[in-house]
Design a protein around this ligand. Structure first.
Ligand SMILES: O=C(O)CCC(=O)C(=O)O
Ligand SMILES: [Fe+2]
Length: 334
């Protein structure tokens, strides 16, 4: 049986829908064809949708509920847990503070933020126990911490497995990336795009919920609710809806994986805009999503992956330290 059909197929953007259990538990041939479908998706669209991951739907539901209840707290409560530095990259980020964008210097980021700030707030959680970078947990809510650390661990494991699939797809030894994924230097980002009047979008054509950007790290695991609004840039240059499919995880490759793979894997622009399905009334309801940004262990040096250069393909990039790369990218965004 084929492991893959497509989740999105429009304007030359084909995002495969892959049953991940065929990689985890399938026969050797299912395992190989699934790994190849995953790698192919990253090489062409830069995005895939996974079904049948080991993350239980009930756990995901609890995590979404816990996230929504956190965002419903008062502004001073959330501000007290505020994000402080790119080095720690942990805590609460209020509306309009971060402007994800393709602009690399601080002045242009600030200018575009002033024009149409992203309509969102977020809470960033890093690896527990990282030296000098404690998480900004609310001290009156141990349930929040318990739910989020549990979810962090499940996502960490999924990162390990998706990187194994990429290794198998590339014809490398399955554990090729294990020494890069075992620490879990990743970031769990809870996102809340508040309810918004429809005329906000009508009045300003530039207004979006999250500006177009690429992600920075290796891969991102993205869990979205049923609202819609996520769009991915197609090879034609148009933005195509990455429509929510219940029970799936959207996975996209980030800039560091593109670089690591000598640009054989794509890090594709995406954004969040006004939801496509017209709802009744003059407001769009809130949208919640959860992004888990995976990175190679911060202490590792990232040099072109074996097999992605040679035989007429030049090696395009210098080696770079994973942690330094991320801090440099984050420093330009806040
Ligand atoms: O909310 C979403 O669906 C996308 C979020 C995203 O792309 C990001 O935070 O990097
Ligand atoms: Fe993103």
């Amino acid at each position: 049986m084929a492991s893959s059909t497509s989740a999105v197929n429009s304007n030359n953007l084909v995002i495969p829908l892959v049953n991940f259990s065929h990689f985890l538990h399938g026969t050797p041939s299912q395992r190989l064809s699934t790994a190849q479908a995953i790698l192919h998706g990253f090489q062409t669209a830069g995005f895939i949708y996974l079904t049948h991951t080991p993350i239980p739907p009930s756990t995901l539901q609890t995590t979404f509920k816990t996230s929504a209840s956190f965002f419903s707290r008062s502004q001073p409560y959330k501000e007290a847990l505020g994000w402080t530095t790119p080095e720690s990259n942990r805590g609460y980020v209020s509306h309009g503070r971060e402007k994800v964008s393709t602009l690399l210097d601080k002045d242009s980021v600030a200018a575009s933020r002033a024009q149409a700030p992203d309509l969102k707030e977020s809470f960033e959680i890093g690896r527990e126990g990282a030296e000098g970078a404690p998480n900004n947990w609310p001290d009156d809510d141990s349930e929040f911490k318990g739910v989020m650390t549990g979810f962090f661990g499940l996502c960490k494991e999924l990162h390990v497995q998706v990187m194994r699939a990429i290794a198998v797809g590339m014809g490398l030894e399955e554990g090729y990336f294990d020494g890069y994924t075992d620490v879990g230097d990743n970031t769990l980002r809870l996102l809340h795009y508040p309810e918004v009047k429809k005329d906000v979008f009508a009045k300003n054509k530039m207004q979006v919920r999250a500006g177009e950007h690429t992600d920075y790290g290796s891969i991102t695991l993205l869990f979205q609710d049923e609202r819609g609004g996520l769009q991915v840039k197609s090879p034609d240059g148009t933005f195509v809806d990455a429509t929510p499919i219940p029970g799936t995880v959207v996975v996209n490759a980030g800039d560091l994986l593109a670089r690591w793979s000598n640009d054989t894997i794509k890090s594709t622009l995406h954004r969040v805009v006004e939801p496509p399905a017209p709802e009744e009334g003059d407001v769009h309801p809130p949208r919640y999503s959860i992004a888990y940004f995976c990175n190679p262990n911060f202490e590792r040096r990232i040099e072109a992956i074996e097999g992605t250069y040679g035989m007429g393909r030049e090696r395009k990039y210098e080696g770079i330290n994973s942690g330094e790369y991320l801090v440099q990218r984050l420093a330009a965004t806040y």
